[in-house]
Design a protein around this ligand. Sequence first.
Ligand SMILES: NC(=O)c1ccc[n+]([C@@H]2O[C@H](COP(=O)([O-])OP(=O)(O)OC[C@H]3O[C@@H](n4cnc5c(N)ncnc54)[C@H](O)[C@@H]3O)[C@@H](O)[C@H]2O)c1
Length: 249
Amino acid sequence: MRLQGKSAIVTGAGRGIGKAIAKKFLQEGAVIVICDLEGKRLEKAREELEPFGKVHSIQADVTKREEVEKLVALANQQFGRIDILANNAGISRFESFLEITDKNWQDTLDVNLTGVFLCSQIVAQEMKKQESGAIVNMGSTNGILGEPGLAHYNATKAGVILLSKSMAIELAPYNIRVNSVCPGFILTELALEGGMSEETVRSYTAKIPLNRYGKVEEVANAFAFLASDEASFITGTELVVDGGQICQE
Ligand SMILES: NC(=O)c1ccc[n+]([C@@H]2O[C@H](COP(=O)([O-])OP(=O)(O)OC[C@H]3O[C@@H](n4cnc5c(N)ncnc54)[C@H](O)[C@@H]3O)[C@@H](O)[C@H]2O)c1
């Protein structure tokens, strides 16, 4: 129960890795507020998560300041403080660099980067008052190495990693730690919706030293560690969860 007595917000928790992070936080003893853009998906997730602990939900778009303010207000109203923020919400659209539309470029930046900025800034104001907190941001191995077809996504994830480092420095005086988790290939709806064929899944897996794709729970474990007091001297870094994929040539 590494998160006993702590309250947390998890964004984009309607499915996939975000829902796994929410479940892990509950299993570790935290009370949580989850949000997602998709209302029905969010409610289904809340029902699934309820047996594991105290969970509140609110439909919110992380790209809209007013909606993030409502999310943070709900957490404050329910728990009186916010100890942990897991910025997980993200989108990816496979398209070659020469064909990226202005809309897809902007949407990707808005959700993956501006969303992290808004949630972190608004939550950090609360954490500053209580002089403690842990923010864990969703990066990606795509923020460390390039990959064709994902230039906009890669740019946002690289941005998340450096935004996290800058926040770590500025928020350290208030005892707020900020880190990012960089998963490699985790098979979720996002990957499949992004247009990934079975053949692509096989060819990706072949490049991973551990010879398999990662599970959502394995990313959730990294979030729980960085959010917990076990990581009390860790800030401004990224934890790669990729089966060894990017440690090789
Ligand atoms: N799946 C992977 O292999 C992988 C690898 C590295 C990083 N990631 C990152 O992990 C995160 C989660 O990915 P996933 O695979 O679970 O994706 P997913 O699509 O299964 O889940 C993402 C959730 O975020 C929600 N969301 C999207 N836009 C939102 C917004 N504006 N406001 C609030 N919620 C919003 C979606 O509705 C969805 O429920 C993303 O940031 C993604 O970039 C995924």
